[in-house]
Structure formats: C-alpha cells, structure tokens
Design a protein around this ligand. Structure first.
Ligand code: ISE
Length: 309
C-alpha cells in the first residue's frame, strides 16, 4: 500500500485526488496540502482521514507518506520536488518540471546522487491510447522514419487565458514532450513567432532534432475555439494521424482522462514495486531546456540552439 500526499488542490490536484481515490487499496491518501486554505479544506473534506497541511514543504517534511503528487503553481514545483528527493519520497510532478532548465538540472543531479529514480513528470499524453498507437506504429517501422511531426494545440478562451510565454512554458510542454518521445531524439534548434489579437493568441514553433527531423507546433487560445489537439506525422513510407475519442469537449481533462487515469495507475503500481519508469527528471529537464530556447527565440526573433547537457 502506497501512502500518498496530494500537494496542490486546485483543479488539477482535485482531479488527481479523485483518480487516486479510485485506486484504493493500492493507494491511501494520507495527506493533503495547499497554501490556499479553502483549497486545502476542500481536499480535506473529500478525504477526511488525511492530515491537512497549509504549507507543501511542511507536508513533505512531516507527513506519513511514501509518495507525493505535486499539482501546485508551476514556479513552486522546484522547491517541493527538491524536498521530496531529499526525503527519499517518490514524486509525480505536473508539467513543467520547473521554471527553468537550470533548476531542472539541479533536480536531475540531486536525484542521481540518491542512486535511484524518484521523480516522474506528468506528461500524460504518453499514456493516451491515440498517442500510444502513433508511438507503437513508429516503433514497428511500418511507416519508416518520421520526417515531420505537425501538432495542433488549441485552447478555449474560457479555460485558458495564457499569454504567449505561458502558452509556451505550460501548454506547449506537452507537444514538445510528444516530439521527443515519438522521435526518440533531442531537439537541437528552435524558432518561434507569436501573434496576439484582442483575446486571441497564436504561437507557432518549429523544432529541429539532432538528425534533422522537423516539428511544427501551433499552440493557441481564443474565443470560439474548442479544446482541439492534433498530431500528423509524415514518415518515409507513410503518414499517420492521431485518432481522437469521438466526443470532443472544451476540457483538457475530459479529453485526456484516459491518459491521466492510466498514468496515475501505472505510477502507483511502479511506486508500490519500488521503482518508477515513466517520464523522468531528465525528460523534464530536456523539456525545460527547449522551452528556455523557445522563449529566447520569441524574444530575439531569431532561431536558437538548445543548450542541453
Ligand atoms: C493545461 O495546463 C494542461 O495541462 C493541458 O493539458 C493543456 O492542454 C492546456 O493547454 C494547459 O493549459
């Protein structure tokens, strides 16, 4: 049985809490934490037996736990994950792992110093049926080698009011991870351009991998958009398209609930077995390194090399 803390009880934290509640008896939520007291209280109301903390770091330091799910504000991930590593606690952290590649690299090194894998990053698309089919087909070699991966990531204004920078650092981190995962290659060069018009924001990214594979990502938000995710692959012996579930809603959680459920269940099973195998701290670091380069490309209006160890 895995004793779990749910740290961060905003929208995403509460969704994870519900998914983990369905995994009893393998997992027991023994602690909940949020620095916003009403959020901590609503999590506590859902799991009355859990200890309640109003400071995530107090929770990591003092709760009776083996593992933590971190779904707090993006810029707080670094300190919380660092504390989990220091205490030897398994941690599933929502994306992005940290706010910069430098911070993420520190986590990679801290985890390495423990001699075991403790960190997983929440790139849940790797657990989605449609993306898994794309991955399996590419691995089988049936369509040859990928040459171009084009991705579409549109958000309804009602659930996403991000500016261009935040669309890149938060939303596009999924698409960046998909590119790395499907190609099995690191991204070495990026370019970015953005256009904001009233409440609509569109960002276009281009990616080039080490061997020259290309990626194009449109990430946007605006009035009249539905949550719309697409992925098309041009490969040397054929083309592939992501097949989506039949009902498309405006909620990213509904679109990806299968992926979140599979991710959380696989993570708990791995923690119970004493090791984690999903997206690693290094994946989080590589993603942060690409994001840093993309933000710099947007600022300078010039293509940028990705600085990655
Ligand atoms: C959100 O933070 C997510 O994680 C969703 O998966 C993503 O599609 C959305 O754009 C983000 O706002």
């Amino acid at each position: 049985m895995v004793r779990l803390a749910v740290i961060g009880a905003g929208t995403m934290g509460m969704q994870h809490l519900e998914l983990f509640s369905q995994l009893t008896p393998t997992v027991q939520i023994t602690a909940v934490a949020d620095s916003h007291p009403p959020f901590a209280d609503r999590a506590a109301a859902r799991v009355p037996s859990a200890a309640v903390f109003h400071d995530p770091l107090d929770c990591v330091a003092g709760a009776a736990i083996d593992a933590a799910l971190v779904a707090t504000a993006d810029d707080s991930h670094y300190g919380i994950v660092q504390a989990c590593i220091a205490r030897g606690i398994f941690v599933l952290c929502e994306k992005p792992l940290t706010a910069s590649a430098d911070q993420a690299l520190q986590l990679v090194e801290a985890e390495r110093a423990t001699g075991r894998r403790l960190v997983q990053v929440g790139y849940m698309r790797r657990y989605d049926d449609g993306y898994r089919r794309l991955h399996d087909t590419l691995q089988s070699g049936r369509v040859g080698h990928p040459a171009l991966i084009s991705q579409r990531h549109r958000n309804p204004l009602a659930v996403n009011d991000f500016n261009a920078n935040k669309l890149i650092s938060s939303s596009a981190s999924h698409d960046i991870d998909v590119f790395r995962w499907l190609t099995g290659e690191e991204i070495v060069e990026v370019a970015a351009t953005a256009k904001a018009s009233e409440s609509a924001v569109a960002v276009l990214l281009t990616l080039t991998s080490r061997s020259g594979l290309l990626g194009v990502i449109e990430v946007s938000r605006g009035p009249g958009l539905h949550y719309d995710i697409g992925c098309d692959i041009l490969a040397s012996r054929g083309a592939l398209t992501l097949t989506a579930p039949p009902s498309i809603s405006d909620s990213w959680f509904e679109r990806f609930v299968g992926g979140y459920r599979a991710q959380d269940a696989a993570w708990v099973a791995a923690v119970a077995a004493g090791s984690v195998t999903g997206p690693s701290a290094y994946d989080g670091y590589a993603n942060n390194a690409v994001t840093d380069a993309v933000l710099s490309a947007l600022r300078t209006r010039q293509a940028q090399r990705v600085r990655q160890m």
